[in-house]
Design a protein around this ligand. Sequence first.
Ligand SMILES: Nc1ncnc2c1ncn2[C@@H]1O[C@H](COP(=O)(O)OP(=O)(O)O)[C@@H](O)[C@H]1O
Ligand SMILES: [Mg+2]
Length: 323
Amino acid sequence: MTHRPLRQLFLMDPIETVLIDKDSTFALMCEAQSRGHDVLYALVPDLYMRGGDVRVVARGASLQRVQGRHAELAEAKDLSLDEVDVVWMRKDPPFHMGYIFNTYLLELAEQRGTLVLNRPEGLRSMNEKAWAMRFPELVPTSLITQDMKRIRSFAEELGAVVVKPLDGNGGEGVFIVRRDDPNIGVILEASTQHGQRKVLSQRYLPEAKAGDKRIILVEGKPVGAVLRVPQGVDHRGNIHVGARVEKTPITAREVEICATIGPHLEAAGQVFVGIDVIGGMLTEVNVTSPTGIHEINAFEGLKVEALIIDAAMNRLERRGARA
Ligand SMILES: Nc1ncnc2c1ncn2[C@@H]1O[C@H](COP(=O)(O)OP(=O)(O)O)[C@@H](O)[C@H]1O
Ligand SMILES: [Mg+2]
């Protein structure tokens, strides 16, 4: 038993580009620091494996809430993840083979005893749009196909549908397609890459105009929510494309959604998850790099990052803390 402080490693995008009052990873890092833990910072290219030992070239980070001077980094050190207590995989998508390769290394580290959050297996396999389809009663009527004719008849049947990529985020590539839209053929060609790629088509929910709710779940339980309301003519409720955030309650239906999916998330080691709900329907389960902490904290007077770090500490404790 050593008495060194706990070490928490954050694998993430470059810290220089972080907006301190928007970025959820930064909130987690500050929380770890405030508890006296060692906060380590690395980019995914810094992760490697040699002889079964998963290692990283990381730098100690000292944080302060001053944009531009928010992270002071110590000299880079080459260390084994065996010597790290918690690894936070917080690299933003794109979700491509490179991302998946990183999960292989993280899974190896996990096998050797390091707590990796969210668990790499889930990061890899829980597609944010497709995973929700396990709960057909919670999601809008949906079709996943690359067959353009099939999507056309789906639109014909439902009147209006949304067509979106399975690997998109920030509202990218999300089209509303009405059965009489003269652009329907063009949209389906672009979206499916002429029938070469599967996409998700889904009943259009008119409630989207009122907003797209982001609910954060910690260990499978809802801790807070924020509503993103589309602005101007853009139909999308993504902050990234200018949606406005509003305070919002969590409804009984949303509690039910969380109660249904929450235990699966917890069991799969998906400790920090953001789900999207439109008009009481689940549209997305984001495990790779959920955000929304700052907005929820501001509206609800919460400190969501503390709940997330608590969850990690509980997991460490349950497995017999190694530090
Ligand atoms: N079924 C739907 N009905 C109506 N609007 C939708 C639907 N699905 C998505 N949208 C709109 O598109 C936006 C982005 O969709 P989403 O599925 O969350 O993808 P992303 O991962 O890009 O955020 C939502 O905020 C919402 O405004
Ligand atoms: Mg979304």
